[in-house]
Design a protein around this ligand. Structure first.
Ligand SMILES: *Cc1c(COP(=O)(O)O)cnc(C)c1O
Length: 395
């Protein structure tokens, strides 16, 4: 049996997996078990911002493996404390909780917003406003926040009190606000839902609404945060601060770690015993977080992302002009969607065959989440493959 066939036999089929079995990575390239090389423009869904095997990252984690990997949250550890300080300083917020995934980050943020509401009202009947086409995770809480009925329908009953508004339509949000509204959760750039950026005007409108009504503004930057959009947090481009931000994916660059970070007002609502995680923020993963922040800063990687993204977007403009099957593009920084009028999944498969890995975001959108270390030369190489493949899809 091939490894692929073994996988099909032993794994629960929650995914439809693609054919190559991956073996190793180096820089911006992935290699399968047959020795084929792929240019990586998806970063393991926005995780591997530093590419594969960044020497400094690898050295730090090797060192941490030999020092301490886990002690539980009964104790602080040096890597965890260092990572906490870096996360708090980078977000301009005050208090962090480390968890293991994006779903846990949004769950934690939800619990924190509900606890604040409970302290304020004495009631546990809060409502949350989320958005159509959003994605916040797959647990029974976070999947309810996710505005995609297909992910929900078989798994009810889910949590109560979640309503969905329309992105970039402030009136649609206001229409849902009641005196029970505890939080509004939104991705500054929707990822799974099709790479849909919020406008600055909308974000500032949400901030003002939340201030006025004492509602918690939760920004889910699990995918768009950590430099992907050209600033360490996307919300700095909107000139606002959230009450809570959710992080995962790029914060650990490959080890399972997430975080939610609150301002002082919300941070103080959580007391010992309210929330927990056995692994959350153990010294191994927080050493990764801490090292990621150091590398981003010292190697000016966020600046690189901002710079190269301009070049990538200019190439996308050319694709829109040159190909009838390309309708438009949208996104911020190195989180970009190419909107097609042919099935994105088919184009995606053809690209992978030609050695370029990207992901889809819905039936029409090719989603680009390259490592933040890419250069213009990598963009040129990707464009050669994309042009070759798109030609096959021209009617
Ligand atoms: C991926 C993602 C999540 C869920 O993260 P997991 O680590 O898969 O649980 C939540 N929110 C957003 C915006 C995401 O992109």
């Amino acid at each position: 049996m091939t490894n692929y066939e073994k996988g099909e036999q032993y794994f629960l089929h929650a995914y439809g997996r693609m054919l190559p079995v991956m073996d190793h990575g180096e820089g911006v390239y992935l290699y399968d078990t047959e020795g084929n090389k792929y240019l990586d423009f998806y970063s393991g869904i926005g995780v591997n911002s530093l590419g594969y095997n960044h020497p400094r990252y690898v050295a730090a984690l090797k060192d941490q493996l030999e020092t301490l990997t886990h002690v539980s949250n009964y104790f602080y550890t040096v890597p965890a404390v260092e990572a906490a300080q870096k996360v708090v300083e980078a977000t301009h917020l005050d208090k962090v909780f480390f968890c293991n995934s994006g779903a846990e980050a949004t769950e934690g943020a939800l619990k924190l917003a509900r606890k604040y509401y409970y302290l304020k009202t004495g009631k546990a009947d809060s409502e949350i406003i989320s958005f159509h086409h959003s994605f916040h995770g797959r647990t029974t809480g976070s999947v309810k926040l996710t505005g995609n009925p297909h992910y929900q329908e078989a798994f009810g009953p889910l949590i109560d009190g979640v309503k969905y508004a329309t992105l970039n339509d402030l009136d649609s949000v206001k229409a849902l606000v009641t005196d029970k509204t505890a939080a509004i959760i939104v991705e500054p750039v929707q990822g799974e839902g099709g790479v849909n950026p919020c406008t600055k005007e909308f974000m500032q409108g949400l901030r003002a609404l939340c201030d006025q009504e004492d509602i918690c503004l939760i920004l889910d930057e699990v995918q768009c945060g950590m430099g992907r959009t050209g600033t360490i947090m996307t919300y700095f481009q909107f000139d606002i601060l959230p009450d809570i931000v959710c992080l995962a994916k790029g914060i650990g660059c490959g080890v399972p770690v997430g975080a939610f970070v609150a301002n002082k007002r919300y941070g103080e609502a959580m007391q010992p015993g309210d929330h927990g995680s056995t692994y959350g923020g153990n010294p191994f993963v927080t050493r990764a977080v801490s090292t990621v922040f150091d590398i981003l800063k010292e190697e000016k990687i966020v600046e690189n992302a901002a710079e190269v993204s301009k070049y990538l977007v200019a190439q996308f403009d050319e694709l829109v002009k040159d190909f009838k099957c390309v309708e438009s593009h949208r996104g911020i920084g190195l989180m970009q969607g190419l909107v097609l009028n042919v099935p994105a999944a088919k184009v995606d498969q053809a690209l992978i065959k030609e050695g370029l890995i990207v992901v889809t975001a819905g039936p029409q959108v090719l989603r680009f989440l390259p490592p933040l270390i890419i250069t213009k030369e990598h963009v040129d190489a990707a464009m050669t493959i994309i042009r070759k493949v798109l030609k096959e899809f021209e009617a």
